[in-house]
Design a binder for this molecule. Structure first.
Ligand SMILES: [Fe+2]
Length: 158
């Protein structure tokens, strides 16, 4: 187990949570990675711990770092043209940071209810049943679309 995985144990998380009472995504003017509610390996075998760690520590961290750099540059210049150009970087990297922060919250290990289909009276389940008939038919439709998309991408590169 990687060191960063060890640091993300429940005890460490509880200690960090007591210091930071909310999932502070933007603290003291600097964006930071949010704490995860689970260990990197908690979603296995569906998502590997290695992929989760890489996604969190490299991909998401890059959005956070790039956002902070763009904001620092924005704040340190009085050049209007430079400020306008930096706004697109702030939007891109800030958006990536926010999207990933939402993504982590949408995942949960089985022990915390992850992987469970919503009960039949939920609005989402009703909408899925109305459009596709069932969760199984939705999964089948998605798999068909993914296969078609993958086939098209392969044919494009051949
Ligand atoms: Fe990502």
């Amino acid at each position: 187990m990687a060191m960063s995985s060890l640091l993300r144990t429940s005890a460490a998380r509880r200690a960090m949570t007591s210091v930071r009472s909310s999932p502070a995504v933007f603290a003291r003017g600097k964006a930071t990675l949010p704490d995860l509610d689970y260990d990197f390996g908690a979603l296995e075998p569906y998502i590997s711990g290695e992929i989760m760690e890489l996604h969190y520590t490299k991909h998401h961290q890059t959005y956070v770092n790039s956002y902070n750099v763009a904001v620092e540059k924005f704040e340190s210049t009085s050049d209007v043209k430079a400020k306008v150009e930096l706004q697109s970087l702030i939007n891109f990297h800030g958006g990536g940071h926010l999207n990933h922060s939402l993504f982590w919250k949408n995942l949960a290990p089985r022990s915390s209810g992850g992987g469970e289909l919503l009960e039949s009276k939920s609005p989402l389940t009703k909408a899925i049943q109305g459009k596709y008939g069932s969760y199984d038919q939705l999964i089948s439709a998605i798999n068909t679309q993914v296969r078609a998309f993958t086939f098209q991408r392969v044919m494009t590169f051949c």
